[in-house]
Design a protein around this ligand. Structure first.
Ligand code: SF4
Length: 360
């Protein structure tokens, strides 16, 4: 059952999808991994811990998500341990169907993550309007103290399990454990700052002088010249919250999403370090390299390994995901090994892993 490949790194457990219609086998192997005394992966969490199971509720087709049956398995076995598990996600950085908790909860229900299907509640970590966040400090890779902005409820839970179906991402290479930890758990303000180096600007051709931005700006950075019908943003006062962009429904105020991968990744790593400071060792990660709804289909982006990889170490997990898919999951312009090295240097995990096959 068990094979250790390298013998010198963090353990990455592999639950391969070996056969047509192999979902039940994968579920059985995963259950064994979570509960068997030999692995004790869920022993990370204590009785009465509040544990968020981070999933990604997508705007698009459901095959971008994990299969709800796997989320349900985690919930069931955490409950058996006396833990309080719940599914969770965060809102997006701009207006879309993930703009607030109401739209996300509806989307989660429609995607098969309702309570009656998975046996656990679905909650948002950034409040009803998606704007609940806080700022904290971390020492970055250069040893400089820097501010990061995270979703508020990360402070109110005891642990987290990240379940993600990795996809190509033009900034992070692919959206695996590290991207979820460092980008998805950033507050709306934190997300904006990762994707844009600049502050919002007025586009006069799309502005209808409704003045909503001026009234909503929390720091009074916007002035409207009534006579000349001119809207100005004082970038020295602006705290980059993005509210004006949201209320300017016709694009009268907008961001230049001008971040580059290096800039994004620096923020991503800093955010991930702050999350690790809060949750400590009570984190578990799983990358799902297969379709949720029809397990016989080929995984559309990745070549090589099909199945689930699980680890307590997000760096080792993403490195194994990258290696086992031959980089096919990833944008080629992203230097993934450099990113993994940086994450290791910042104490997020190890680039060395032992691959353990736990399939039956
Ligand atoms: S981003 Fe926020 S702080 Fe800056 S101008 Fe817009 S509403 Fe005001």
């Amino acid at each position: 059952m068990e094979q250790v490949r390298t013998g010198k790194g963090s353990r990455v457990y592999s639950v391969p999808l070996k056969m047509v219609k192999g979902k039940d086998k994968v579920l059985f192997s995963l259950k064994n991994l979570l509960t068997h005394y030999h692995f004790r992966l869920l022993n990370l969490f204590d009785n009465e811990d509040l544990v968020g199971i981070k999933i990604n509720i997508h705007d698009g087709p459901s095959h971008h998500q994990i299969d709800p049956a796997f989320a349900s398995l985690f919930i069931k076995h955490l409950k058996k341990r006396g833990v309080y598990p719940f599914l969770c996600d965060t809102t997006g950085r701009y207006q879309d169907r993930k703009v607030n908790a109401v739209s996300c909860v509806e989307r989660a229900n429609l995607s098969g993550f309702g309570f009656e299907k998975v046996g656990g509640a679905f909650l948002m970590l950034d409040g009803p309007d998606g704007r609940s966040g806080f700022s904290t400090e971390v020492s970055n890779v250069k040893g400089e103290v820097t501010d990061v902005h995270l979703v508020s409820d990360i402070q109110n839970i005891n642990g987290m399990i990240v379940l993600v179906r990795p996809e190509s991402n033009e900034f992070a290479g692919f959206s695996g454990a590290l991207k979820t930890l460092g980008a998805d758990l950033a507050s709306k303000r934190g997300k904006i700052m990762m994707y844009s180096k600049s502050k919002p600007c007025v586009d006069k051709s799309k502005c209808f002088y409704c003045r909503k931005c001026m009234h909503k700006c929390p720091v009074g950075a916007i002035t409207v010249d009534e006579i000349n019908r001119n809207v100005e943003i004082d970038h020295d006062i602006c705290i980059n919250c993005g509210i004006c962009v949201e209320v300017a429904k016709y694009g009268g105020i907008a961001y230049d999403w001008d971040a580059d991968p290096e800039y994004f990744q620096k923020h991503m790593i800093e955010n991930a370090m702050a999350v690790k400071d809060i949750l400590g060792k009570k984190m578990l990660f799983a990358n799902f390299l297969m379709y949720p709804e029809d397990m016989t289909k080929p995984y559309d982006e990745a070549e090589g390994f099909k199945g689930i990889l699980v680890s307590r170490d997000p760096v080792a997990l993403d490195k194994a995901t990258y290696d086992l898919t031959g980089g096919s999951i990833c944008y080629s312009h992203i230097k993934m090994n450099k990113l993994f090295e940086m994450a290791q240097k910042c104490g997020l995990g190890s680039t060395h892993y032992d691959l353990v096959d736990v399939s039956y």
